[in-house]
Design a protein around this ligand. Structure first.
Ligand SMILES: [Zn+2]
Length: 78
């Protein structure tokens, strides 16, 4: 994994949550187009987030979702 990927990964959970600035968003998307590895990771993270959102009743607090994504990211890159 190169430096660029690491940089992208840092803002990935924000990106998925739609919480990044437009510039950053573009940067991430451009990178994703070129980088298969990161694209796979984003897809898996998105799937997980979607699953979380589909859970009925007991809605997972945003804080917990963030922590979960953080864990996943660490698991993927350690
Ligand atoms: Zn990458």
């Amino acid at each position: 994994m190169d430096e660029k990927c690491k940089k992208i990964m840092k803002c990935l959970s924000d990106y998925i949550d739609g919480e990044v600035s437009e510039n950053l968003c573009k940067m991430v998307e451009q990178h994703l187009e070129q980088c298969f590895e990161c694209r796979c990771i984003v897809n898996s993270l998105k799937n997980i987030v979607e699953l979380l959102h589909q859970l009925p009743e007991e809605h997972i607090p945003e804080e917990m979702e963030k922590k979960l994504l953080e864990r996943l990211r660490q698991a993927l890159f350690n």
